[in-house]
Design a protein around this ligand. Structure first.
Ligand SMILES: [Zn+2]
Ligand SMILES: [Zn+2]
Length: 212
């Protein structure tokens, strides 16, 4: 079974998640935006074995620690979708603009596409491409655990910003209603910021995508 621990990182309190298979203890870090020493300490405390870094999208608060962590620990970088290449290329400028420590450039070991799967031990998660907040944004869905790690696509009571370069509001709404809602009302999602919620609850009450 898939287990996870969410660790808010960076000044943006981005919900980085350590996810692992509880039979093999193989683990991945989803969106290591920064605070690498905190993440390493949590991994050691949990006693899990890191095998990969998974990236939802290449904004600095989600991807800023990726290059350094991958280099130090020799880990493959999986994701995001190639649509976010320009955000990866722009990480140094993003660091400067938001006052983050300098982010190391990285090249994903494996780009992701809609319909791909990623595996940890005995756990497999489905990858869905959910553009709108960024063009290359992906989410990671565990059907078995009824959990979805959605980055900045959807929040409890809100949705991702689309006022960045290549943001697209209509695409974001389509990603949410056509790719997230079918995962089921009882699926709990872990957003990039703030508290967890369920798709059913957002479907009923979220003012940006309610009654869709
Ligand atoms: Zn973002
Ligand atoms: Zn974010």
């Amino acid at each position: 079974m898939l287990r996870y621990l969410t660790v808010p990182v960076t000044a943006f309190q981005q919900n980085c998640s350590i996810v692992w298979c509880d039979s093999t203890m193989d683990a991945a870090i989803i969106d290591p935006g920064g605070d690498i020493e905190v993440l390493k300490a949590e991994v050691a405390r949990l006693g899990v074995k890191l095998v990969a870094l998974w990236i939802t999208h290449a904004h600095i608060d989600h991807a800023g620690g990726t290059g350094q962590l991958a280099r130090e620990l020799g880990l493959p970088i999986i994701g995001p979708h190639p649509g976010d290449q320009f955000w990866i290329d722009g990480l140094p400028q993003q660091s400067q603009m938001f006052g983050f420590p300098p982010a190391e450039h990285f090249t994903p070991t494996r780009w992701l596409a809609d319909g791909d799967t990623v595996t940890l031990g005995e756990c497999t998660l489905d990858v869905r491409h959910c553009p709108g907040h960024t063009p290359g944004h992906v989410v990671f869905h565990s059907v078995e655990a009824k959990r979805c790690f959605v980055g900045d696509v959807l929040f409890a009571g809100s949705i991702g910003r689309t006022d960045f370069p290549q943001g697209n509001h209509a695409a974001l709404i389509a990603s949410i209603t056509e790719r997230l809602w079918p995962m089921g009302d009882d699926t709990v999602f872990i957003p990039g910021h703030g508290p967890e919620s369920t798709f059913g609850r957002e479907r009923r009450t979220n003012p940006y995508v309610g009654n869709t």
